[in-house]
Design a protein around this ligand. Structure first.
Ligand code: KDG
Length: 316
């Protein structure tokens, strides 16, 4: 197994036109969830990836499981729960730069994930454990599950990759969110924050200082995702800026960070340099923004090659 990830997948409904959700009558249905997005992204790029989760014993749970399995993600650790539903969420496209999300995931099956759902031998086989700040926000049981996964990964020499993925609507209290995300970041080998997440955790500062703060907090490598400005990475050995992959028209930016994580991890698994792995993250993240949906734009091996050949001179 290359990567194991843990978290909630949902069905997402995206209105077919812009404007308030109250006026939307037709929707496109898809699947979403930061960790399952990363799992699909990695599977499409040819990696072995396992997803640990819970789904309701309902139609949406059946749909998500079939899609993940069809993508080639190992779903042997997914538990079906007949007493809790699969979560759903809605998007609302107000303007290209203003997209809102509405979650219906309280008490969902995935929010019941617990420490006893984890199989140590399964996690121990992976090269990387991918975690995000969404799972710990779902419930106390989920938070404890994330801590247990970290303990198991540390014990077995599995590298931890953590995306803070701040979702304010999921946290009861911002101070608690900050404390927990900082603490989780301190146990990660690699942290993948967006700029706004860095500012949430450490306050406004320049990107070099922000990266330094993540390293002081315990990470060995931090990659700051800077959207249309690319990314900045820093470790004790190396640091640098990586250009963005140019996107002519952003259709839907949701899921770009997960695409970044999938592309970046793919680069690491293929023994790329950090620079090239970060650039692969930028390319996959950009590809996600070019399609409507959280996973629809994740490229497979063939399409990433054609994307890369468009800007060949950048990838060294
Ligand atoms: O990163 C994209 C995710 O935010 C989306 O797929 C849904 O997991 C999700 C969430 O909690 O927002």
């Amino acid at each position: 197994m290359d990567v194991v990830t843990i978290g909630e997948a949902m069905v997402v409904f995206s209105p077919m036109r812009t404007g308030y959700l109250r006026h939307a009558h037709t929707f496109q249905k898809g699947i979403a969830g930061a960790e399952s997005n990363v799992a699909i992204g990695l599977a499409r790029l040819g990696h072995k990836v396992g997803w640990i989760s819970r789904l309701g014993e309902d139609e949406f749970g059946t749909e998500i499981l079939a899609i993940l399995r069809g993508e080639g993600v190992d779903v042997s650790q997914v538990i079906r729960d007949d007493s809790s539903p699969t979560g759903i969420y809605f998007k609302e496209f107000l303007r290209p730069e203003e997209i809102r999300v509405y979650y219906y995931r309280q008490n969902s099956a995935a929010s019941k994930l617990s420490v006893t759902d984890l199989d140590e031998a399964y996690i121990a086989k992976a090269k990387y454990l991918h975690l995000t700040g969404i799972t710990p926000a779902l419930s106390d049981a989920c938070l404890q599950t994330v801590w247990e996964a970290i303990r198991v990964a540390k014990k077995n020499g599995v590298k931890i990759v953590f995306d803070p993925n701040l979702r304010r609507k999921l946290w009861k209290d911002e101070n608690e969110a900050k404390r927990i995300l900082l603490e989780l970041s301190s146990y990660a080998d690699i942290v993948l924050p967006g700029l706004s997440e860095g500012e949430f955790l450490f306050g406004k500062c320049d990107i070099e200082t922000m990266a330094e703060k993540f390293l002081e907090n315990g990470a060995s490598l931090v990659v700051l995702k800077l959207g249309e400005n690319g990314a900045y990475y820093s470790s004790n050995e190396d640091k640098g800026s990586v250009p963005a992959f140019e996107v002519k028209q952003v259709v839907d930016p949701v899921g770009a960070g997960d695409g970044f994580a999938a592309g970046f991890l793919s680069g690491l698994l293929e023994q790329n340099t950090i620079y090239d792995a970060v650039y692969k993250g930028c390319v996959v993240g950009a590809a996600v923004t070019m399609a409507n949906g959280d996973v629809e734009g994740l490229p497979d091996k063939q399409s990433i090659l054609s994307l890369l050949s468009q800007q060949e001179d950048v990838l060294r």
